[in-house]
Design a protein around this ligand. Structure first.
Ligand SMILES: NC(=O)c1ccc[n+]([C@@H]2O[C@H](COP(=O)([O-])OP(=O)(O)OC[C@H]3O[C@@H](n4cnc5c(N)ncnc54)[C@H](OP(=O)(O)O)[C@@H]3O)[C@@H](O)[C@H]2O)c1
Length: 246
């Protein structure tokens, strides 16, 4: 049996389309109630209708993840659903194509950092407090190959995006250490979905959003300990269920 049960609540920022929506569908199919956070009310309604028609318990809250107060208000409106067992941080935006460091405006830097990095921190601060108290939870940061220092993260260009994802990796690693690498029942990991066919990834990407979301669903459903009672490997960066270097 996995971590996800019919009693579980999974909150997915950016769950209203793309990889986040597929993560919500995958976790919802395991029995969890899924809470989708997005900015666009029409897309949020459509995503809830889609999942509900498939038999998944789904609700949505409209909030800008770059606005800590908006997230806190969403949590208050959600009541018990605002204290999830699983938190997936998928909300993200891409940089402008020409965003080399010297061609990036302060406004563009702030826009991307606000969603991809501040938004991830705000969501953790808002929605993961109960996990630490209950000593049970899963936090999954949707990162990108473009944030990897061992890979294309330092190749130049798309500066705010690459740096925001490198920052997200650091945020997840630091939080995992604070959760004592799973010993407190909370597993914190980052993952790369690889290039997927979404609004962000474009129509020619090699894999579907559903394929990109598979590792998220797997991380959400992992038990914290092995059959021998050892804490599983956590506080890491994953791609296709394998550990990859940061
Ligand atoms: N697609 C890829 O090839 C790829 C590769 C590597 C990593 N990633 C990462 O995977 C994650 C999901 O990407 P995707 O391709 O699924 O993107 P997407 O199709 O563009 O969807 C983005 C999602 O994030 C939400 N969002 C954006 N800004 C927000 C904000 N300020 N507040 C709340 N929600 C916000 C969107 O909601 P609205 O509809 O309301 O705007 C939408 O649900 C991102 O973090 C991305 O960096 C994607």
């Amino acid at each position: 049996m996995g971590f996800v049960t019919n009693e579980s609540v999974a909150l997915i920022t950016g769950g209203t389309r793309g990889i986040g929506l597929e993560a919500a569908r995958g976790i919802g199919r395991l029995g969890a109630t899924v809470v989708l956070i997005g900015q666009d009310p029409a897309r949020a309604d459509k995503a809830v209708q889609e999942l509900t028609s498939e038999g998944i318990d789904a609700v949505a809250e409209v909030a800008d993840v770059a606005d800590a107060q908006a997230l806190a208000a969403a949590r208050d409106r959600l009541g018990p659903l605002g204290d999830p067992d699983i938190l997936v941080l998928s909300a993200g935006v891409m940089s402008e194509r020409m965003a080399r460091t010297l061609r990036t405006s302060p406004e563009e830097w702030r826009r991307v950092m606000g969603v991809n990095l501040d938004g991830a921190f705000y969501a953790i601060e808002t929605f993961a407090q109960g996990m630490a108290r209950k000593r049970s939870g899963r936090v999954i940061g949707v990162s990108a190959c473009l944030g990897r220092f061992s890979g294309p993260g330092t190749s130049g260009g798309l500066a705010p995006y690459r740096v925001s994802k490198a920052g997200l990796n650091a945020l997840m690693r630091n939080f995992a250490a604070e959760m004592q690498w799973g010993a407190r029942g909370v597993l914190v990991d980052a993952m790369c979905p690889a290039h997927c066919r979404t609004d962000m990834g474009g129509p020619d990407a090699p894999r579907s959003a559903q394929e990109g979301a598979q590792t998220i669903v797997w991380l959400a459903d992992r038990q914290a300990t092995t059959s021998k009672g050892d804490v599983v490997q956590t506080g890491l960066l994953w791609e296709d269920r394998e550990i990859v270097p940061w």
